[in-house]
Every structure is written in structure tokens, then in C-alpha cells.
Design a protein around this ligand. Structure first.
Ligand code: ADP
Ligand code: MG
Length: 241
């Protein structure tokens, strides 16, 4: 039996056939505003709130106060409490970018990464993390080293990734091959706002639903609609009703 880690996100665990494979690393890709950071916050928050699993949140993009405000704005009320109690350990951009190379940053984290008490980790974002490296070879080496450390220490991790196109013209980035799973968040503009979708493109060792499902971001976070037909793919203007 493969052990699964539930995201606790409505609808997402169902299309993942139960959850993310425990001790694996999943890439969450999408363009700016697609919901990657919210998915990360929600995964860590739900871990503590619903499953009694502690988490580490690494942000190369935001300060601790920005993260708290983002979490509270969407209804993760107990985020500050969980950070205070140590159930959520935050390393924000101020801390992470203080070091000027990856090895020293990793040194800061290592004790916590190796600590059994944490089960979940989010790194937001890989795109910023990669700025530490000079070339593709160095990046590949460290990314492999990093994902090995995560998996060997019992962490089930989400790495977010800025990606403009779901089907890029150029080669798919190496990070897509170095991770066990691949989730894309997609947004398409409409007259009134955006339509949002989630696509689980790959999940090693798991039989998953590979259709594209509609999702929404609102109070309480992300909700995935498992029944695609209950949700119009057309903008209201094009709808026959
Ligand atoms: N409190 C909220 N209520 C409703 N929608 C929100 C809220 N907070 C953020 N969003 C939506 O989520 C989007 C941002 O998601 P985010 O996770 O920051 O994107 P990404 O990290 O992929 O750039 C915003 O563009 C906004 O539309
Ligand atoms: Mg973000």
C-alpha cells in the first residue's frame, strides 16, 4: 500500500485518488495569480488543522507578515497561532535571502529538515530559489540534492514554479523531471474575471484523474469541482442559458 498525504483541499484529494504520495516532491506550476502560493499556504495550514501534521513554509517571495496577511485574508484564521506554537515553521525571504549562497541557506534549514516532527514542506517559489545558481548544471545538482534531503527526511513537499505556458514552446524545464508529481494551475480570462482550473499531469506511483477540473479561490481557500460538467467551461456570454 502506498501511503498518501491528504492536502485537505476540497475536491483535490479526490482527483489525486486520495492524496499526494507521502515522501514525494510535487511541482505546482502556473502563471502569476494562478493560486500557487494559496495552495501552498492551504496545504501547510490544513496539515496542522486537520491532520495534526506540522509543516515548514519557505518563502523566497514574501515576508512573514505578508504571509500572515495573505493567510488571514482567505480565512486561515489560526495561521498566526500555528506559527506561534511552532506547528508551522516559516522561513521568509528576509531570512532566506540574507545568505548569499544556497549552501549557507540550506545550513540554516538543515536542523528543521532533519527533525522528525515535520511532515510537510512548501517552497515558494522554485523560480526565486533558482536565482542562487549560476548555470544549469549547478542548478540541477542542487535541486537533486535538495529534493533528496526532503524525501529522505520524511517530508512531503510542494515546490511552486512560475510557468507562463502550460505547454511551453521550448523544452519543459528540468524541474519537471526532478519531481515526482506535477500539478498545473491554469487561469483563463473572462468578461467578468477569470476561470480557474487545475490539472494533475503526473503523480508517480499513483493512478490519478488526468482531466482538467475547474476550481475557485474564495473565502476558505481553493476548492476543486470534481464534476467538470457541473461547471460551465464557457463564459456567461457564450452560454446558451
Ligand atoms: N482573500 C481572497 N479571496 C478571494 N480570492 C483571493 C484572495 N486572496 C487571493 N485571491 C486570489 O488568488 C490569486 C492569487 O493567488 P496566489 O496564490 O498569490 O497566486 P500565485 O502564487 O500563483 O501568483 C489572486 O490573484 C486573487 O485572485
Ligand atoms: Mg505566489
Amino acid at each position: 500500500m502506498i501511503e498518501l498525504t491528504k492536502t485537505g483541499i476540497d475536491g483535490l484529494d479526490a482527483i489525486l485518488n486520495g492524496g499526494i504520495v507521502t515522501n514525494s516532491t510535487t511541482l505546482v506550476s502556473g502563471n502569476p495569480g494562478a493560486g500557487k502560493s494559496i495552495l501552498g499556504l492551504q496545504y501547510i495550514y490544513n496539515g496542522v488543522e486537520q491532520f495534526d501534521e506540522k509543516g515548514i513554509y519557505l518563502s523566497f517571495e514574501e515576508n512573514e507578515s505578508d504571509l500572515r496577511e495573505a493567510a488571514e485574508s482567505i480565512g486561515f484564521d489560526k495561521w498566526p497561532e500555528f506559527v506561534e506554537s511552532g506547528d508551522i515553521k516559516v522561513y521568509d525571504k528576509q531570512v532566506l535571502l540574507r545568505e548569499n549562497d544556497f549552501s549557507s541557506s540550506l545550513e540554516l534549514l538543515l536542523d528543521d529538515l532533519e527533525d522528525d516532527k515535520y511532515d510537510r514542506l512548501v517552497l515558494d517559489s522554485l523560480t526565486m530559489f533558482e536565482l542562487f545558481f549560476e548555470d544549469e548544471t549547478e542548478k540541477r545538482t542542487y535541486l537533486l540534492k535538495f529534493t533528496d534531503i526532503l524525501n529522505n527526511n520524511g517530508l512531503t513537499s510542494l515546490l511552486t514554479n512560475e510557468q507562463g505556458a502550460v505547454f511551453p514552446d521550448t523544452d519543459i524545464g528540468l524541474e519537471n523531471y526532478l519531481t515526482d508529481g506535477n500539478i498545473y494551475l491554469i487561469q483563463t480570462p473572462t468578461d467578468t474575471g477569470v476561470n480557474r482550473y487545475v490539472w494533475v499531469a503526473k503523480m508517480r506511483k499513483q493512478d490519478i484523474e488526468t482531466d482538467i477540473y475547474p476550481m475557485e479561490i474564495s473565502w476558505g481557500g481553493i476548492k476543486v469541482h470534481e464534476n467538470a460538467s457541473a461547471f460551465s467551461m464557457m463564459s456567461e456570454e457564450d452560454s446558451p442559458i
